[in-house]
Design a protein. Structure first.
Length: 102
């Protein structure tokens, strides 16, 4: 499970190194989630909103497929970048629909 810095601080860890490898209770798995990384805080909503705590995880045996993938990018050719992502996504999940929104 990945957590952001806000969650790391809420849990009382002072650094990513201290948090990684620790168990964390979640609604999806109250006993089996392990922090595997800490990502930098970022504004998910508007810039006036306080940055919230976020966690990111995948399930070993999901009952449903993932619905959203957030991608941070820096490019001047957005269309070529989208095509590159679509090729990778289709190779990994050929049965799934590829939809984008900004």
């Amino acid at each position: 499970m990945l957590i952001n810095e806000k969650v790391m601080k809420y849990l009382g860890y002072k650094s990513p190194q201290e948090a990684i490898g620790k168990h964390i209770v979640t609604e999806m798995s109250p006993t089996n989630s392990i922090i595997t990384g800490v990502v930098q805080d970022f504004n998910y909503a508007n810039l006036k909103s306080e940055i919230g705590g976020y966690s990111y995880y995948s399930m070993n045996d999901p009952s449903e497929s993932p619905r959203n993938l957030l991608i941070r990018y820096k490019t001047t050719d957005v269309q070529a970048y989208i095509e590159q992502i679509k090729r990778i996504y289709t190779a990994v999940a050929p049965e799934a629909a590829f939809d984008i929104s900004f």
